[in-house]
Design a protein around this ligand. Structure first.
Ligand code: URA
Length: 440
């Protein structure tokens, strides 16, 4: 089956057959499809879409492109649960959430990804911790799950290898924004991870891949239907990404903010609310709480008591990171830290979240080409939420940069991305909608 014929068929709007989709996935794994051919088909899918049946078949082929994990022999102490986000700016929920769910009796082998486009990646964040091993051997992964109840790691060479190659290509060819591509990408890793429950955070707004409510709903429904159809109990929350989540964006800075949330030193309200909401959904889905109210109370208690922080510390130590991670002294710091002053007095009425994400990438916190190294030190802190009133000259945020020139370029991007006005409409809630399986 010639790659060019498959690309041509999708370019012209035809639904691909299962053998054609399997040929694409095989070509991704064995290298017989070039990067250009994979990018061309990805772009054709962005434009032409896929039928639900195609998306199911594509997801299955991607899942079966590598090993499918099976935890039955591992004697894990609870249901195997996970959460995944479609990607945002400042979205560090995975770090505290994994630890909260573990503290409440779940087992969370969280298979995470790297930054994609303007969005940050959980693995890039955790690699800011010196020594943290994102690709441990299975024995270390199991030991971590037994010790901590959670292990946030990469997909490993054997897990959905087709997605690893396609993800890196999509990241740099403007082919992320597609319901079937995102569905197959996320679910191939999750279905291969042997889970018993999955909660998805589908982002909505100008920092999401799919900005509009209709698109976010379509993505949430696609993800939930394909996952549930494959036998994985799944639900989704559609959540707001019209502003960065929390006070930081950038790898080490986001780890520091996660530690502050876990230890009670600081809790930005939207970040805390969303973390607890997703954790509660997952606890209920996994049968660890009889009602959502009970699940919410358990999650809050895990955070307030320090039990979640302790789980996180155990996870980091078991995966080779600092033994004293909660002390927060182990994270690398940028040499240049400077405020971006507001050019006028006013209320923050609009934030171009994607532009802020791209500014983090430009600072070196993300990639322009597959395989680029990221600088863990750079990014933004002291981000102010929509509706914040600022006096002229007060900081819009703090830039953390590798050089003064980088900081100045980022400051310009920030000034263009954050709008100050005389008044602002109140920001909407962080959790917008819950999407469960229509067939259930
Ligand atoms: N996260 C993924 O794993 N894949 C996507 O395509 C988008 C977000």
């Amino acid at each position: 089956m010639r790659a060019a014929e498959i690309i041509r068929a999708k370019r012209d709007g035809r639904a691909l057959s299962e053998p054609e989709l399997q040929a694409f996935v095989r070509g991704l794994v064995d290298g017989s499809w070039s990067e250009g051919q994979a990018a061309a088909l990805a772009m054709a899918i962005v434009w032409r879409g896929m039928t639900r049946a195609e998306c199911v078949q594509f997801t299955r082929a991607m899942t079966l492109s590598g090993q499918v994990l099976d935890w039955r022999d591992a004697q894990l102490p609870g249901p195997v649960l996970d959460k995944h986000s479609t990607g945002g700016v400042g979205d560090k929920v995975s770090l505290p959430l994994a630890a909260i769910v573990a503290a409440c009796g779940g087992v969370v082998p969280m298979i995470s990804g790297r930054g994609l486009g303007h969005t940050g990646g959980t693995l890039d964040k955790l690699e800011a911790l010196p020594g943290y091993r994102v690709n441990p051997p299975r024995s270390q992964l199991l030991a971590t799950l037994h010790a901590a109840g959670c292990a946030i790691v990469g997909a490993g060479a054997d897990l959905a290898p087709a997605d690893r190659r396609l993800y890196a290509i999509r990241d740099v060819t403007a082919t992320v924004e597609s319901v079937p591509l995102i569905t197959a990408s996320i679910l191939s890793k999750k279905l291969a991870a042997g889970l018993q429950g999955l909660v998805l955070d589908v982002k909505l707004g100008n920092g999401a891949f799919l900005a509009g409510l209709d698109e976010a709903q379509a993505l949430a429904r696609s993800l939930v239907a394909v996952a549930c159809g494959a036998g994985l109990p799944t639900l989704a929350l559609i959540t707001d990404m019209n502003q960065p989540l929390g006070r930081t964006a950038g790898n080490a800075l986001e780890v520091a903010e996660s530690l502050a949330l876990l230890t009670g030193r600081d809790a930005e309200p939207r970040l805390r609310t969303l973390t607890l909401a997703l954790a509660a959904q997952l606890l209920q889905l996994g049968g660890l709480a009889a009602s959502l109210a009970e699940a919410q109370a358990r999650a809050e208690q895990a955070l307030a008591s320090g039990a979640a922080a302790e789980r996180f510390a155990r996870m980091v130590a078991a995966l080779g990171g600092p033994a004293d991670v909660l002390a927060d002294a182990c994270l690398p710091a940028a040499p240049v830290v400077q405020a971006v002053p507001a050019a006028r007095a006013g209320v923050i009425s609009h934030i171009d979240t994607r532009a802020l994400g791209l500014a983090v990438v430009a600072l070196g916190g993300g990639r322009n080409r597959p395989g680029d190294a990221v600088d863990p030190r750079v990014g933004f802190s002291a981000l102010q939420p929509l509706g914040t009133a600022l006096a002229s000259g007060e900081p819009l945020l703090m830039v953390h940069a590798a050089s003064a020139a980088d900081a100045e370029a980022a400051a310009q991007a920030v000034r263009a991305a954050i709008t100050l006005a005389d008044a602002a409409a109140p920001a909407g809630p962080v959790v917008v909608e819950r999407v469960a399986d229509a067939a259930a």
